[in-house]
Design a protein around this ligand. Structure first.
Ligand SMILES: [Zn+2]
Length: 235
C-alpha cells in the first residue's frame, strides 16, 4: 500500500544490514497479515533480503490448473464445482513446489496455512522456522482502506488523511472533479473482513506460539521500521 502513516523517528532502533541475511540453511517462513496491513510490501522486502521465493497457494493453484498438471486437474474439479480445494491437494502442490531449485533454502508462505490441520500437514513436509505476523489495529486499517479514492478520469490515487488532493475536489494530475470510491472499501465491509481474519488466524497464532516460532510485528509504523524488525526476527 502506498499510503502509510508518516514516519516517526526512532534513533534507538537497531539497523540490520540486509546483505548479512542471506538464506544459507534457512528454513521456510510463514507470513500473516490482515488485508490492508502492508503485507505485500513486506513480502517483497523479505524476498529481497532472504532470497526465499514467495509461495502463494492461490497463485500456485491457478498455475497448476493452467499447466494442466495432475494435481492441477484434481484441483480444477473442485474449483469448477465451486468447492474449496481440499487440504491434501494443496499440500501435494506445495510438496512439488518446494522441490524446485529456487526453494532449496526454504520458501516464504503467504496465505497458507489458514487452519491448524493445514499447519500440521505443512509441518509434515517442510520445516517452518519462523512465523511473522504483521499486526495493525483494526481501526487503523479501516482508516487506511476507507480513506482511499481515485480520480475517475485519470486514475490518480488519493487518501482522505494521508494523501489528499492539493485543492479539495480537484485532481492534482488532470483537474477532474470526478472521484471514485470502491464499494467494498466501506467501513462495515472492511470490519467484517478483519473479524473473519482474526477468527481464522488466532487459533493458528496460538498454535505457532506454542512452538515458540511466532513473531508479532507492529505494522502501524513506517515501512522501513517494520522491515527492520522482521529481519531481526528472522535472524
Ligand atoms: Zn485525474
Amino acid at each position: 500500500m502506498a499510503t502509510l502513516r508518516p514516519s516517526v523517528a526512532c534513533p534507538a532502533r537497531p539497523t540490520v544490514k540486509t546483505e548479512a541475511l542471506h538464506a544459507v540453511n534457512m528454513e521456510s517462513i510463514v507470513l500473516f497479515g490482515p488485508p490492508g496491513a502492508g503485507k505485500g510490501t513486506q513480502a517483497q522486502r523479505i524476498m529481497q533480503s532472504t532470497g526465499l521465493p514467495q509461495v502463494s497457494t492461490g497463485d500456485m493453484l491457478r498455475a497448476s490448473v493452467a499447466a494442466g498438471t495432475e494435481t492441477g486437474m484434481k484441483a480444477k474439479k473442485f474449483m469448477d464445482a465451486g468447492q474449496l480445494v481440499p487440504d491434501d491437494v494443496i499440500i501435494a502442490l506445495i510438496r512439488d513446489r518446494i522441490q524446485d531449485a529456487d526453494a532449496s533454502n526454504g520458501v516464504m508462505f503467504d496465505g497458507f496455512p489458514r487452519t491448524i490441520p493445514q499447519a500440521e500437514a505443512l509441518a509434515g513436509i517442510t520445516n517452518v522456522s519462523h512465523v511473522i505476523a504483521i499486526e495493525v489495529p483494526d481501526e487503523k486499517i479501516v482508516e487506511r482502506i476507507c480513506g482511499r479514492y481515485t480520480c475517475g478520469n485519470c486514475g490518480a490515487v488519493y487518501h482522505d488523511t494521508f494523501n489528499p488532493t492539493k485543492t479539495e475536489g480537484t485532481c492534482n494530475s488532470c483537474g477532474s472533479s470526478d472521484f471514485k470510491r470502491r464499494a467494498d472499501d466501506n467501513a462495515d465491509t472492511v470490519m467484517s473482513r478483519l473479524s473473519a481474519y482474526h477468527e481464522q488466524t488466532s487459533p493458528l497464532a496460538d498454535w505457532y506460539d506454542s512452538k515458540g516460532i511466532f513473531h508479532r510485528i507492529d505494522g502501524d509504523r513506517a515501512i522501513d521500521e517494520i522491515s527492520t524488525d522482521i529481519l531481526i526476527a528472522l535472524e
